[in-house]
Design a protein around this ligand. Structure first.
Ligand SMILES: Cc1cc2nc3c(=O)[nH]c(=O)nc-3n(C[C@H](O)[C@H](O)[C@H](O)COP(=O)(O)O)c2cc1C
Length: 385
């Protein structure tokens, strides 16, 4: 997650390990302050890594050297999973999966200059139907990698269809006896998901949670306490308050700091509205890919927090940060906050409309999603991350 102050919320809710958002080697080597800011650690992050992304072993080794000299980190992760076109077209991110020799050179180069462990993030493969992570994993410890986080999708697949956990299991088995730890990633959205994967996949080091942490950061508390938390809308608002106060502490409380904090809050609210309160569910737990019909919450605030209308997210930001500047509009940067087209059509194929929240009804502020919308195409384009 990008901002240290956003990861702070997750730490406060029980996250064990945190990692900074990917920093591009070329930008770091140019000395761009905004890129270096991605490598900052908050004192609450007691096990913290940074993630580097690039297409060339020499520039990544140089970055690793700079991280070694200037940063305080527990591990350095290499991104071999990013699917974004501008990254892949430069031979970085998941494009590296097409060049295993280059992956090897990158990991070897970085581990030779770092005193902390080197880990990497991967997808199943680049092209659909051509899974290859299982062929690399047995070699990766020999390159100097300590762990891999495996996202159970290909680059071509982006976020469509469910993450392939049987394949993750196959990779865990392929790593057996090599010393490489395998962390599984994809669609973990409840404590039950987490423990089921650990049980079904002996040898899995742990799970890695991305969208789950954005949509419901208290997932870490649920995992620790092995329970579903029927969190109230007031408690969620308190969480946003903490987020804003962390943001203002970081950016300053002048108008620029307030508006920067507002932007980050709005990006976050564009994910959090997907949460369906446990107390309203007919079937527990909620699944990541469910697209519920619009529902009325147990309070006006709960209904407001469920709205998928950006104007309502701005209204929430105004409750915490005061009025937005005149003419202010917001459209989210990441499309992964919406539901992928193919994900929705997969659901249709499985005739699997999301079980309706029991208090179904129209959402406020024109944010209504038609009943049965689990079978309707996504609001946005297929997302980039
Ligand atoms: C907003 C957003 C930003 C992301 N940024 C990164 C990133 O910087 N580095 C990375 O390796 N993965 C990134 N990811 C991908 C996630 O780490 C993860 O692999 C993917 O979302 C699947 O996991 P999930 O089902 O738990 O979300 C990002 C995902 C989202 C939604």
């Amino acid at each position: 997650m990008r901002a240290t102050w956003r990861r702070r919320v997750c730490k406060g809710l029980g996250a064990d390990v945190t990692c900074g958002e990917m920093a591009l080697a070329t930008n770091l080597l140019q000395g761009q302050p905004s890129e270096w800011a991605l490598l900052k650690r908050h004192p609450s992050e007691d096990c913290f890594g940074v993630q580097l992304c690039g297409g060339y072993a020499d520039s990544l080794a140089r970055c690793a050297q700079l991280v070694e000299e200037q940063c305080c980190v527990d591990f350095v992760d290499v991104n071999f999973g990013c699917p974004i076109d501008v990254v892949c077209s430069k031979g970085a991110g998941s494009a590296c999966l097409l060049k295993p020799q280059r992956m090897q050179a990158i990991v070897r180069g970085m581990s030779s200059v770092l005193s902390c462990p080197v880990t990497f993030k991967s997808r199943k493969g680049y092209h659909d139907g051509q899974d290859m992570a299982h062929t690399l994993i047995p070699q990766a410890a020999g390159w100097g990698a300590a762990a891999v986080t495996l996202h159970g999708r290909t680059r071509e697949q982006r976020y469509s269809r469910l993450a392939d956990w049987p394949y993750i299991k196959r990779c865990v088995e392929a790593a057996e006896g090599t010393g490489l730890q395998v962390v599984g990633n994809g669609d973990v959205f409840s404590f039950e998901d987490h423990y089921r994967h650990l049980e079904e996949c002996p040898g899995l080091a742990t799970t890695y949670i991305a969208r789950g942490a954005l949509i419901k950061p208290w997932i870490f508390t649920e995992i620790k306490e092995r329970r579903h938390w029927d969190i109230s809308a007031g408690e969620r608002l308190d969480m946003f308050k903490r987020f804003c106060s962390n943001g203002l502490e970081h950016w300053g409380s002048d108008s620029r700091g307030v508006e920067t904090t507002r932007r980050f809050l709005l990006e976050w609210l564009s994910f959090t509205h997907r949460y369906i309160p446990v107390g309203l569910l007919e079937v527990v737990p909620q699944r990541m890919h469910w697209r519920p019909p619009a529902f009325v919450g147990r309070s006006d605030l709960e209904t407001l927090l469920a709205s998928d209308n950006a104007a309502d997210w701005v209204a929430v930001s105004e409750m915490l940060l005061g009025p937005a500047p005149p003419g202010f509009v917001f459209s989210p940067k990441h499309k992964a906050n919406s539901y992928a087209r193919r994900e929705a059509s997969d659901l249709a194929a499985a005739a699997g409309a999301a079980p309706a929240p029991s208090a179904a009804g129209p959402a406020p502020g024109g944010g209504a999603v038609p009943a049965g919308a689990a079978t309707v195409a996504a609001a946005g384009e297929e997302e980039e991350y």
